[in-house]
Design a protein around this ligand. Structure first.
Ligand SMILES: Nc1ncnc2c1ncn2[C@@H]1O[C@H](COP(=O)(O)OP(=O)(O)OP(=O)(O)O)[C@@H](O)[C@H]1O
Ligand SMILES: [Mg+2]
Length: 341
């Protein structure tokens, strides 16, 4: 049903997945892969989100599937705009009648140009006003941390395009470090290994499945997985067994990099906040926080308690929704005060 008043939106526009919460409904999270399928000849959009993702690697000639974000930022403005417009309209069918206010997350280290591109993208997609919220701060809020206090919390957002480790306190980012060693890069490295070692060409979804369901990065559980692909010699479809330890070996240097990244972020913690971090530990959010064995691996490496947020892939959008509610309350307060005068 179309609402007759503006529906505020909270958005996490991610490299792999986008999440939206419409604030007048329950806090239900709507999620879609950040992808569009288009007709190459006339550039018409054929599908977006889940429907487009289903087409990855299966498109006939004339159709193309494009991910409009890379490394956490917009890489194709027009397609990001098309994607966001479609998804925002799905979340809020009244969007074309009454434009909503939006809180959307941003990586901490983006340029002014990228920042403006995101704002413009939201406005062109139908937003009336846009508030940008730094991703680690949103993640901490969404995971239930009271960020307003003068207490240091360390949050690591483990996404598909970007890993951000940040110290948050007093509703701000005290320090942060970003790395591109994130989910997508790991998938590419897995596919490269399978190609070079087993002469089998696999698709990005198969590589992602090996990372997400086969490997435990803390202990070898001896699992294998049937892996489908195309034999590079014969050109024919082929299925081989891939062992968990093979995937672990591919990921090992990147996991070491992740550990170093977190240690480097810890080293930037002001001494006044160090004891807070030691006591409260490190919070992991983002889809890759669900990697089997990652919590134990990190905990052993940094010798600080590590926690995974309850729904790590939703922490950021839930934080954006909290911020939007606060903005609404502030707006209503100002309005009521004005009425009293
Ligand atoms: N069980 C799992 N084990 C390992 N990785 C996982 C698991 N589940 C999801 N992922 C990975 O998490 C990533 C997606 O996480 P998320 O949705 O938080 O990223 P994003 O927000 O789209 O990216 P970014 O924040 O970098 O722009 C993907 O790379 C996905 O493969
Ligand atoms: Mg993200």
């Amino acid at each position: 049903m179309i609402s007759l008043r503006a529906t505020d939106l909270a958005i996490d526009l991610g490299t792999a997945n986008t999440h939206i919460i419409t604030l007048d409904k329950s806090d239900r999270v709507l999620s879609e892969p950040t992808v569009v399928a288009l007709d190459i000849q006339n550039q018409d959009i054929v599908a977006f989100g889940e429907e487009a993702y289903e087409m990855v690697g299966k498109t006939p000639k004339g159709l193309q599937v494009v991910f409009p974000l890379e490394d956490g930022v917009i890489s194709d403005f027009d397609l990001a705009n098309t994607f966001l417009k479609q998804f925002m309209t799905k979340a809020d069918p009244g969007l074309h009648l009454i434009r909503p206010s939006v809180t959307i997350s941003i990586p901490t280290r983006i340029t002014d140009v990228e920042r403006r591109a995101l704002e413009d993208c939201c406005i062109e997609s139908g937003a009336r006003e846009v508030v940008l919220l730094e991703q680690p701060l949103a993640a901490a809020m969404g995971a239930g941390i009271s960020t307003q206090e003068a207490i240091g919390n360390m949050v690591v957002c483990l996404g598909a395009g970007l890993v951000e480790a940040a110290i948050v306190s007093l509703d701000g980012i005290v320090s942060s470090r970003s790395s591109l060693v994130a989910g997508r890069l790991l998938d590419r490295e897995i596919a490269r290994y399978i190609k070079e070692t087993h002469e089998l060409m696999i698709g990005p979804q198969m590589a992602e499945k090996l990372k997400n369901t086969l490997v435990n990065v803390h202990q070898d559980t001896g699992q294998t997985m049937k892996t489908h692909g195309r034999d590079l010699r014969s050109g024919l479809p082929k299925i081989i067994d891939i062992h968990e330890h093979e995937i672990f070996q591919v990921l090992e240097p990147y996991l070491a990099e992740l550990v170093n990244h977190i240690i480097a972020a810890l080293e930037t913690t002001p001494p006044e906040l160090s004891s807070d971090i030691l006591r409260r530990g490190i919070l992991l959010t983002g889809g890759m926080a669900k990697m089997k064995g990652l919590l134990d691996l990190l905990q052993e490496a940094v010798q600080i308690p590590v926690h995974v947020a309850k729904q790590p892939e939703h922490s950021v959008v839930m934080g954006c929704a909290m911020d939007r509610k606060q903005q609404l309350e502030m707006g209503n307060k100002k309005y009521n005060e004005k009425k009293k005068d």
